[in-house]
Write a protein that binds this ligand. Sequence first.
Ligand SMILES: C[S@@+](CC[C@H](N)C(=O)[O-])C[C@H]1O[C@@H](n2cnc3c(N)ncnc32)[C@H](O)[C@@H]1O
Length: 287
Amino acid sequence: MAQSRSEQLIQEALAQDFSGWDFSWLHDGRWYEAEPSWNYRQIVQDRIESVDSLLDMGTGGGEFLASLSSLPAVTYATESYPPNVPVARARLESLGVTVVSFDDDRTLPLPDEAFQMVINRHESFCVSEVHRILKPGGTFLTQQVGATNCIQLNGFLQATTESDFDDWTLAKGVEQLEKAGFQITRAQEEFHDSIFYDVGAVVFYLKVIEWQVPNFTVGRYRDRLLAMHELIENQGAFSAKAHRFLIEAQKRWCLSRTKMTAVPENFARTIVELYGVEGVERSSWLR
Ligand SMILES: C[S@@+](CC[C@H](N)C(=O)[O-])C[C@H]1O[C@@H](n2cnc3c(N)ncnc32)[C@H](O)[C@@H]1O
């Protein structure tokens, strides 16, 4: 018996390889996602011109980092998903980038105050570790996927929306960073179109983004996938909303009220006005 159109689309998606963080198969007319109004790539490119040490957290297959021009002399990338480590090394090492594998956000195998800039697109992070590895005054720039990202998929499939990132919003990210000793210099949050043009695109997306619908299998969601196929056949597409936020934050200079006595009063006041800190440890700006 001939395979139905829906089954054909689903099987095609399941058979499709995925390596690194390369969504080109989906972009071939199967899925469209609008860009946020800010341009993460351009912001990073502008910033790295004046930076001598850079870390890209969770580089995937290194696709984004490799696409930038004029990487700083010291450029590192981290990757925790073991299959992606050799993919990232193959792409990045010839560009002078050191790829470091790790398995816990809370203990990065990187020295204290090593980087002038840390970038992070769609990767989890432990705020105290980001703070530790940045030089004082250094910049953390991250574009994050928010809690309600494509939640319409979960709704249609009648799948749980519970996850560790349920409350992951701009407000939460800002709060965590401020508490850890960062000054927020830019913060934006947006919800934009994420449009699926066939059920195979949905299956591929859920296969790759494993955390969107935990324990997703075609077998478990077959009835709802067939209903989604019908809907796409009738309406042309399934529309969801992506959730993104952007934060740029500066690591404050060292805080130490007790050392204030060692600082000439006018100078200390200037530092407080400039950086918004309550006290400055003399050694931190003299070194
Ligand atoms: C969320 S993306 C971001 C990649 C890169 N920062 C970018 O913007 O293109 C990739 C990250 O997801 C993580 N990941 C978790 N599970 C994965 C999987 N099954 N396949 C690929 N990456 C996975 C990897 O650690 C990887 O760093």
